[in-house]
Design a binder for this molecule. Structure first.
Ligand SMILES: [Zn+2]
Length: 289
């Protein structure tokens, strides 16, 4: 497996805005570009005064169109670095760290991080996990309580629903409430009907058989954690990784933004077997304007 670059190597490779723009252009539009207007091959060249490329016929391509880089005053080199910082780190990146490493203000750093997290979520997609064929992965579903008390000391935990395929993908939802109704709704949205689903014996999952799932449970209350193939170890280690990382990197995350942070963890989890491609996938997935 190719090793990820260090930040220093990355900065040396993407040292100027022109290099970054050129990379973005080639990644998004291909190395041999057929002009969509006149049909000629390989005629595009960089405009001197604009972050755009033009064909001899006068047709322009703006590689930043449709990306979060568009219409920001932050240099493209900085955007690239911050995006890169999000990919090899297992525990995520804080705005403070981005501020320190790139020299942008905290406010700019926070805004960049937020946009990148949202974008990671969009790239990762929201397709339900599992399946019903003989090759379909076993799915583990669970609920996590995140956070603690508000300023008045009231319980202010966020409820997060999640489903993880064994050896496969993860999907999460910040739930609006703790009840069975909400849990059933999130199960239906995130797990394909007919999937083989394992949970603990929490009551919120009691509807799974009637929802069309093959459901098995371990009874954590009775200190039963594994019964043959029946366990929820995968999703529990996914949760504890998120809890540890958020505590270590950000200390605290507001309920309002929790889902975008979860998207970031899903993105890295779902590409964990090819970490060196995490940055490239981000670069090539922008919607074409
Ligand atoms: Zn042309």
């Amino acid at each position: 497996m190719a090793k990820s670059m260090t930040l220093k190597q990355f900065q040396a490779k993407f040292a100027t805005d022109d290099v970054c723009l050129d990379h973005l252009f080639k990644t998004r539009y291909g190395i041999v570009t057929i002009c969509p207007k006149c049909g000629q091959y390989d005629t595009f060249h960089k405009l001197a005064k604009m972050p755009a490329y033009t064909c001899n016929c006068g047709h322009h391509i703006h590689p930043m169109a449709g990306t979060p880089f568009q219409s920001t005053r932050t240099p493209l080199t900085t955007w690239f670095q911050v995006m890169y910082l999000f990919t090899p780190s297992r525990n995520g990146v804080s705005a403070k760290e981005v501020q320190r490493l790139t020299g942008v203000t905290y406010k700019t750093a926070w805004r960049m991080c937020n946009l990148i997290r949202q974008y990671m979520g969009w790239v990762d997609g929201d397709a339900p996990v599992g399946g019903s064929g003989p090759e379909a992965p076993i799915v583990e579903a669970d609920q996590m309580f995140f956070g603690g008390r508000d300023k008045l000391g009231h319980d202010d935990k966020a409820v997060v629903f999640g489903a993880v395929e064994r050896q496969g993908k993860a999907i999460t939802r910040v739930a609006q409430s703790r009840g069975t109704f909400t849990a059933s709704k999130h199960v239906a949205e995130t797990i394909q009907e007919g999937s083989h689903v394992m949970t603990d014996s929490a009551k919120i999952f009691r509807n799974l058989p009637t929802q069309g799932y093959k459901h098995e449970t371990v009874n954590h209350d009775a200190k039963e954690y594994v019964r043959g193939l029946v366990h929820t170890n995968s999703i529990e280690s996914f949760w504890s990784h998120i809890q540890r990382s958020i505590k270590g990197t950000h200390i605290w995350v507001s309920k309002k933004h929790l889902q975008t942070y979860l998207h970031e963890f899903e993105y890295r989890h779902n590409l964990r077997h090819q970490p060196q491609s995490m940055f490239d996938v981000l670069m090539r997935s922008f919607p074409k304007a």
